[in-house]
Design a binder for this molecule. Structure first.
Ligand code: GLN
Length: 278
């Protein structure tokens, strides 16, 4: 069958479960025949044999079942890098780039800062920061060994030697060390949030954090003061409706300069605070 006909048949089938049906079909097709999306558009007459169509159909079926495109292709772009992802890691979100951006605003060029990414998952945040600040040392931790395997693979793919990956729960694996800056995109969705219905393929452990979604942020704020140098920074991502609650968690004598930043879509997304040394 010709490429343009494969596309024409597949797109309407996806319309009900994806708001980017054409893009999804193009991505799955280019993945199947190992060409760029531009090639698909430039060669509508390209003939697909039966085996190739079968392999494309398999991928399309997964998408029709609601599986995110990134788990089907096994990759996701973030901060201009390609990251491997699988069902042990969250798929990096565009709004999380704000965390990288805010961290880079604080980290001086050519400094030797020690930076910690807690709950790194696929490694997207830590690796993006490490790639922009080659003189800094980044440590990335995660409680899930399988996720950390993916993160390590991503670190190698990015050809970085200034990042290390350690398995363990939050601050546990780095006790007695100190950092200039800590970033984290922890789980922050509440147990009964209806949004979870659309996130069934992603690891619950990386999404859900107790009844109000804030259990892990409470742990982070409590434990990070022991890990930061005086005036060191802690930056945590959180839900769009959690600005006030997160600010309250930070409001004690250990923290100063507490400030929430909006993401590109205008929602409160990352709270930054400075450890006062008390
Ligand atoms: N931002 C993600 C979402 O709402 C959740 C990520 C997280 O809990 N850290 O889909």
């Amino acid at each position: 069958m010709r490429l343009d006909n494969v596309i024409k048949n597949a797109v309407p089938r996806l319309l009900g479960c994806s708001d980017s049906a054409l893009l999804d079909v193009e991505i799955l097709l280019s993945e199947t025949i190992n060409v760029s999306r531009a090639y698909l558009i430039a060669h509508p007459e390209f003939e697909l044999d039966k085996i190739t169509i079968k392999s494309f159909e398999k991928k399309l079926q997964r998408r029709l079942n609601g599986e995110p495109i990134s788990y089907i292709t096994g990759t996701r772009e973030f901060w201009s890098h390609n990251f491997f992802v699988n069902n042990t890691t969250l798929i990096p979100r565009p709004e999380t780039e704000l965390l990288v951006e805010l961290a880079l605003q604080k980290i001086p060029f050519n400094s030797d800062w020690n930076i910690l990414d807690l709950g790194t998952g696929s490694g997207a945040i830590g690796i993006s920061i490490a790639s922009e600040r080659l003189t800094c040392n980044v440590t990335a931790t995660d409680i899930c060994p399988d996720a950390l395997k993916i993160a390590k693979k991503n670190g190698e793919l990015a050809n970085l030697t200034n990042i290390e990956f350690i398995v363990g729960s939050w601050s546990m694996p780095v006790k007695n060390r100190s950092f200039n800056l800590i970033v984290s995109n922890p789980p922050y969705i509440s147990e009964d949030d209806v949004a979870l219905k659309n996130l069934q393929y992603e690891p619950k452990k990386a999404l859900i954090s107790g009844v109000d979604g804030l259990d892990d942020i409470r742990i982070l704020v409590r434990d990070c003061s022991d890990l930061l140098i005086q005036n060191g920074w802690l930056m945590v991502e959180h839900g769009a409706n959690q600005e006030e609650s997160v600010k309250n968690i930070f409001t004690n004598e250990s923290w100063k300069d507490i400030c929430c930043h909006n993401d590109l879509t205008g929602y409160p997304r990352v709270t930054v605070a400075r450890y006062s040394g008390k």
